[in-house]
Design a protein around this ligand. Structure first.
Ligand code: ADP
Length: 393
């Protein structure tokens, strides 16, 4: 029987999971999947590494499975499907916020969990759900080793200035600072970039993590030196439903003139803005690209414009640029978006190879391009498995 690591990524309405084995040598994927619609119409699916469906279950609409029920189903299914060959020896969790205390993955005990719960207000849409799965598992399997891997940790190499807001220093000291997110994705990209482009990996790159949540990161010799997200996962680019950077005066104006309370503003900027808010149609880039509606076009134009501005800013931080790397749902799958971003980046020395871009890369820049451009599939789950394995060892 082989030792295995289970990776869990618990969101508000879904739990994603992945099982990895082969801990002694290379870590290899065994199974992955998710339960979506935890509070509405739960749907479980598990696939093997080839993408073949190995398990599926649907619950009736209106079933409120919740995190408890979903986790129980995943563990029970895993035991019956993989239990004869694999024994779970540790669980690695994606935890969005590690604050200033956690600069690296950490083994979870009740004290650490309690400290991480104090960070809930910094990531209200993610952190409580991440921690809920950890608590449930602790009750169910108290002896099982659990590890938290943080989305913020990779950015702790940012210089102090990059982590500061221009507010009274006492507030910065109290933790009101720029943390940055999507760190596990950037860390994975940094770890594989040398196999694609050694010069860029040693040099200066900007990585575009463009999914429902979207951010950008400047890498200098593989280390994060600046990123577009800040104190929360709201800052920076417009996203599926989040507004991205906004003049803080707008928030005050909405409260004063529109009499919106904190919850109403929170809902507006987290759930009703971004691609959805501008288009009035959808938060989903596929839907927006497929429709000819002018407001959908406007939403995409704004997304591209803001990415271009952020790129200029990160290139300035790096003092130049050697490579662009696209990843996550939009970055990996939308050639038109990549084309527009690269065309806007021609002033920096990027020249797209259209056929390669249409074919999905990995290299999508012309051979004459001074700045290379790449499409690299991110793998946050593998990164978590690697970290968990390192702590096991
Ligand atoms: P999450 O942040 O939830 O993990 P993903 O990384 O899965 O998100 O990215 C989701 C986004 O990727 C959605 O906007 C979706 O429309 C977009 N996307 C996925 N496939 C394509 C595609 N083929 N073309 C354009 N956009 C795509």
């Amino acid at each position: 029987m082989a030792d295995a690591i289970l990776v869990l990524n618990a969101g508000s309405s879904s739990i994603k999971f992945a099982l990895f084995a082969g801990l002694e040598a290379e870590i290899t994927p065994v199974m992955h999947g998710q339960i979506e619609g935890l509070h509405t119409a739960p749907h479980f699916v598990a696939r093997d590494p080839a993408g073949t469906r190995r398990g599926e279950k649907r619950w009736n609409a209106g079933t409120r499975l919740g995190h408890d029920g979903a986790l129980a189903h995943i563990l029970d299914w895993m035991q019956s499907a993989c239990g004869s060959q694999h024994r779970i020896v540790a669980v690695g969790h994606r935890v969005v916020h590690g604050g200033t205390d956690y600069l690296a993955p950490v083994r979870l005990d009740r004290t650490v969990i309690a400290r991480l719960e104090k960070l809930n207000p910094l990531a209200p849409q993610h952190q409580p759900h991440n921690l809920r799965s950890i608590r449930i598992l602790k009750e169910r399997e108290p002896q099982l080793m659990q590890v938290a891997c943080f989305d913020t940790a990779f950015h702790r190499t940012n210089p102090e200035l990059a982590q500061m807001f221009a507010i009274p220093l006492e507030l910065t000291a109290a933790g009101v600072r720029r943390y940055g997110f999507h760190g596990l994705s950037y860390e994975y990209i940094a770890s594989v970039l040398p196999t694609y482009d050694r010069r860029a990996a040693m040099g200066r790159s900007v990585v575009f993590h463009l999914g429902n949540g979207a951010s950008m990161c400047a890498l200098a010799a593989g280390r994060s030196v600046a990123t577009s997200m800040g104190f929360t996962a709201l800052e920076g680019l417009p996203m599926g439903t989040r507004c991205g950077s906004i003049d803080p005066g707008v928030i005050l104006y909405l409260q004063n003139e529109y009499k919106m309370d904190v919850r109403a503003v929170e809902n507006l900027i987290y759930n009703e803005s971004g691609l959805l808010g501008v288009s009035g149609i959808s938060s989903d880039m596929r839907t927006l690209l497929a429709t000819g509606e002018p407001r959908a076009k406007l939403a995409i134009d704004l997304f591209i414009y803001r990415i271009g501005r952020e790129l200029g800013s990160l290139a300035a931080v790096l003092g130049g640029l050697d490579a662009l790397v696209f990843t996550a749902g939009i970055g990996e799958n939308a050639p038109l978006i990549r084309e527009r971003i690269c065309t806007n980046a021609e002033w920096l020395g990027a020249k797209l190879e259209n056929a390669a871009n249409d074919n999905g890369g990995p290299r999508i820049s012309a051979s004459s391009s001074r700045v290379t451009a790449w499409v690299i599939r991110t793998d946050e789950e593998l990164m978590i498995a690697r970290h968990t394995h390192a702590l096991l060892a």
